[in-house]
Write a protein that binds this ligand. Structure first.
Ligand code: DUC
Ligand code: ZN
Ligand code: ZN
Length: 460
């Protein structure tokens, strides 16, 4: 099994050059100018750019949440991801408070195993850290290849841990070579504001936004980075949305602390004015909420400054009927936004095409940095001999319009309906197989493999 891709413009996190790529079996075998080699299949990539398959390290597939389940399964979610150039996702296993990590892992394995089109891995969300859970940390890292542990500083009573548990968890994870990640918002403040708005009869989607002001995220981000500094654990803040959170991470980097930042595509290009629509604003009810234009500017700058290293999605789709569980009460709207399929094309169009980030930076934040931070590099996240042949052959000139009518995610609306995008994935290759060819799926359910990840890498 071999594929020769000819005449493409190869873009990695560091390089940008014209060459041919020979794939043998599941790996990149050789890269060179005008390769004179035999191959079973030849793809002419003239006029195309080729970059490493996208890695989205923040998705919630088939996740029980707020009285329902996110509407993309591992099957539909990873398939939609492939359509949009994302070849690997990292999903979140959620511990049920009072139960073990193993119990949660088995439940996620049961729903995902044999069902994925694309490659996938898991973070473990620790929602109840105690002496039993503590024993399981090493087991997750050593036996399961789950090396990152997610925490929530909000969603009290369901997911949140307190600062005492946080410090204990950080110490254990550090001693075992893992990383702690966080949903950094001040849960108590948010709960207070939600209760206040509800008591005042302020129930429209706008009050979701007004219940989570910037300070709730800035404060928690600073507190988290301080705790990570105190314990010495490598740390990662998911879905940063605002200037205050960026400043907290910048502050931490002054003391040369290992702290990484992620934002999501929606926070770069959508803003809080969408919440003025009622009930349509429910489409953008996610936590943290969309912010202001000044925050978008701060996030783009933070990407270029290397403070934010990853652009993910926090893909957590709910159909409109599910969203309308919160009709007349914003606090009951399931939080989440569908974007797993749109991230790569939107970021190219809004970021590279509009001159906000370079093409190399694009590869860094959509693939390479996530591979490095989460222990998958150089298997994933680069185009080099020996790496998995996960490649996107991308037509930078092809325009298209995003719509729920044509997308592949299992959700009946799009947060980007009518949005014109320049640039489209033409072929998506996963471990040496063409998975998507001009919009057609060429692989079967179950092709996607679980990726066991390494300990926190020395390459970042
Ligand atoms: N935020 C969301 O919007 N959905 C899922 C979980 C989260 O933190
Ligand atoms: Zn979150
Ligand atoms: Zn999330």
């Amino acid at each position: 099994m071999s594929i020769l891709i000819k005449n493409g413009r190869i873009i990695t996190a560091s390089d940008d050059y014209q060459a041919d790529i020979l794939i043998k079996y599941d790996k990149v075998y050789m890269i060179g100018k005008n390769l004179q080699v035999q191959a079973k299949d030849i793809i002419d990539a003239s006029g195309m750019v080729i970059f490493p398959g996208g890695i989205d390290p923040h998705v919630h597939l088939d996740m029980p949440f707020m009285g329902t389940y996110s509407s993309d399964s591992h099957e539909t979610g990873t398939r939609a991801a492939l359509h949009g150039g994302t070849t690997t996702v990292i999903d979140f296993v959620l511990q049920t408070q009072g139960k073990s990590l193993r119990h949660a892992l088995e439940s996620w394995q049961g729903r995902s195993y044999g069902n994925c089109f694309g490659d996938y891995s898991f973070h473990m969300a620790v929602t109840d850290f105690n002496k039993n859970t503590k024993k399981e940390i090493a087991e997750m890292i050593e036996q399961e290849g789950i090396t990152s542990f997610k925490t929530f500083m909000a969603y009290k009573g369901a997911l949140m841990i307190d600062d005492g548990q946080m410090i204990d968890l950080m110490q254990e994870v550090k001693s075992r070579g893992g990383m702690v990640t966080v949903h950094a918002t001040n849960g108590d403040m948010i709960d207070k504001l939600i209760a206040k708005h509800r008591a005042e009869g302020k129930l429209s989607p706008l009050y979701h936004y007004l219940s989570q002001p910037e300070v709730t995220e800035a404060e928690a981000s600073a507190r988290f980075t301080d705790m990570a500094h105190y314990t010495g654990v490598p740390a990662y803040i998911v879905h940063m949305t605002c200037e205050g959170a960026v400043n907290a991470v910048r502050e931490a980097t002054f003391r040369n602390q290992k702290v990484f930042g992620e934002t999501c595509i929606q926070y770069l290009i959508l803003d809080a004015s969408l919440y003025e629509q009622d009930p349509d604003g429910a489409k953008w009810v996610m936590s943290p909420p969309l912010r202001e234009k000044k925050d978008q500017a701060a996030l783009w700058a933070a990407i270029n400054q290397g403070i934010v290293q990853v652009v993910a999605t926090d893909h957590c789709p709910f159909n409109w009927k599910q969203k309308m569980m919160g009709k007349g009460d914003f606090s009951k709207i399931p939080n989440g936004h569908p974007a797993i399929e749109n991230r790569m094309e939107l970021l190219w169009s809004e970021g590279v095409e509009k001159g906000k980030i370079s093409a190399n930076k694009y590869v860094e934040v959509t693939s390479t940095n996530a591979a490095k931070i989460f222990g998958m590099y150089p298997k994933k996240g680069c185009i080099a001999p020996g790496s998995d042949a996960d490649l996107v052959i991308f037509d930078p000139n092809k325009k298209h319009v995003i719509s729920a009518e044509t997308h592949h995610m299992n959700v009946d609306y799009s947060g980007y309906e009518g949005w014109e995008v320049k640039g489209k994935c033409r072929q998506v290759i996963l471990r040496g197989k063409v998975a998507i060819d001009e919009g057609k799926v060429k692989i079967k359910k179950g092709y996607g493999e679980f990726v066991k990840r390494g300990k926190v890498s020395k390459v970042v």
